[in-house]
Design a protein around this ligand. Sequence first.
Ligand SMILES: [Ca+2]
Ligand SMILES: [Ca+2]
Ligand SMILES: [Ca+2]
Ligand SMILES: [Ca+2]
Length: 474
Amino acid sequence: MRNFNSKPGKVVLTVAVLTSAILSGCEKELDEQGLLQAQSQEALAVQGPEHVANEVLVKFKSGVSGEARMMALSRISGKVKENILTKAMERAGDREGVVLVHTPMAALEAVNKLKGAAEIEFAEPNYIYRHHAVSNDPYFTNGSLWGMYGSNIAPKNAYGSQAAEAWAAGNTGAATVIVGIIDEGVMHTHEDLAANIWHNTEDPIDGIDNDENGYVDDYYGWDFDGNDNTTFDGSHDDHGTHVAGTIGAVGGNGKGVAGVTWNVKMITAKFLGRQGGTTANAIKAVDYLTDLKIRHGIHLVASNNSWGGGGYSKSLELAIERANSANILFVAAAGNGGRDGVGDNNDTSPHYPSSYPNENIIAVASITKTGTKSGFSNYGAASVDIGAPGSGIYSTLPDKRGNSSYGAYSGTSMATPHVTGAVALYAAINAGASAAIIKGEILGTTIATGDLSGKCLTGGRLNVSGSVSLVANK
Ligand SMILES: [Ca+2]
Ligand SMILES: [Ca+2]
Ligand SMILES: [Ca+2]
Ligand SMILES: [Ca+2]
């Protein structure tokens, strides 16, 4: 595991984790637990949060000449790997975007060398993000969909999201409401998802970028990790598929599970591959959705972000702000503490992207079916907004042979899509609501929960039927 270490005694975390991810194939959870736990606070202080070893993202000041750019990059022997100029950046008035640069130097050293340079607005590492599922512990795989239950309708669980109560009142969503899933790929052929998968009818699969958004044949969305239009690449796209089922598995069809919203359309913006995902691809994924909303005039209300890691990134914060300007909520996992070696209080140890200050972020902690904060869940009285079911959550999965399957996972990854589903359900009956209104009503209808008191802004857990009935009573 340490073969790539160049200096004895120093742990090159990035390479170690990447190598392990490549070697270990399907044992994703073990990778995370085994290796990410191994990152001590001391190592993080030396190495910084996990990032691509020899890459930096650079934003030049507007109008800096090509020659001056080359001069600046020569300080780190940098070579331009990719110019990233998304349609969403262009819409926001940016004509130059950000540049992904390869350097033979260690990334943090290169960032330091570029800091304060007259030509440069900012330079930052190309961080690596990972999803936030913690396990598919067989103990939980008993078929219980407790996260959807409520207090009044059997089977009851008071600490569920009360989604079943909303369904009973006739609120099962609308196919006109769209959410983006920024994650791994999603199995769009899954028997309990297929009807709720978005198709880009403006760009049929014919080898031409018919809708001129820069992505050829993005009929099912886009894979920013593979840079192709196959948004489902096999059974290792399990996490994204699981997230999709909690948001919007088809309800009432006699099969499998039910999402919080039974009718919705979900767009896949895949950026997590087997080696995790990078900042460079995360900003492309966020901007892809923002551009789609404006380009096609679709009712895209939220993206689900069950991932995190890295450190503060200005370019990612700016991408989330472009989504905010387009009235798209950014629902984000608070993260799983005790695994990244920096503590689990996000107020004192920010977790990105959930800890960015953007107004459109809803940061989600996880609770168990007995209403306590899940042991793995990060928290933060100021930096985390709400709790939702995340322990032992049953949802859709691909199996190894490509068949539709189901299983239970745990993590703030699983709590987050409950909230995204609630956003979609709310938007289905209040189509004109802004991102700020929807966020306010989701946070304003939580049920006070003792174990969340002082651990999140609302001190409460998701109440799907409460937010939906607010509209009905108006
Ligand atoms: Ca296209
Ligand atoms: Ca096409
Ligand atoms: Ca692909
Ligand atoms: Ca179903």
